[in-house]
Write a protein that binds this ligand. Sequence first.
Ligand code: 16G
Length: 244
Amino acid sequence: MMINKNSPLPIYYQIEEHIKDLIDRKQLKPGDCLPSEREFAEQYQVSRMTIRQAITNLVNSGYVYRIKGKGTFVADQNVIELKLHGITSFTENIQALGMTPSSKIIEFRSSLADKSVATKLKINENESVYEIQRIRLANQIPMALETSFLSMNIVKNLSKETAAHSLYEYIQKALGLSLKYSTQTIEASAANKIESELLGIKKGSPILLMERITFLSDDQPIEFTKSIYRGDRYKFVVKIDQDS
Ligand code: 16G
């Protein structure tokens, strides 16, 4: 690659863009080790300081990561494209993409619904609910953090093991209930300290906050879930009909 020293674009930026391009075109693949600063400096005929600046920017934007004493590696760029039609579970979505879903339970307890949860689930305040917080992983990589509330009057005998597997499977197969429709909101935010630690991302990274209420056919809500999806891993696809 030719560096244009007369360009108004800083040299570190030109190098950064070139490396990004190699990653996007899969000439550098996830897990590949980047050449050392010295090798890069020779290749581009620039100082090691300039290379360091370019690499630091690539680390900050998630393209590559450093392992102390080992080197700099290309990060996994897999972005999941998720269709927002049909009530599918995390488990189904990940399996459909040929990956292995798993969950890490952070919280599994019964609690009393506060006003907000009670309104969402159309139950009385202080009625018992399951409160479940799970890290959702695909091929062992944390993708989302979900906090679900389910009325204990409707969803009975839920175990921690079942919650670690699939809530929708339990609701539909074991309880024989059919999920009719969901309402869902999506908004952008930035990961706070706890969220970033649980999801293995940097504090302040972009995240998508989603709230879903899923209803049974008699319009009774069965779950209220607050989800935090990694902004660097998800892209949502919506089908828009002309006449809806
Ligand atoms: C999805 C739903 C979530 C539901 C979960 C069930 C969104 C934003 N959220 O992640 O509301 O609780 O699936 O998944 O789509 P599970 O059956 O694998 O437990």
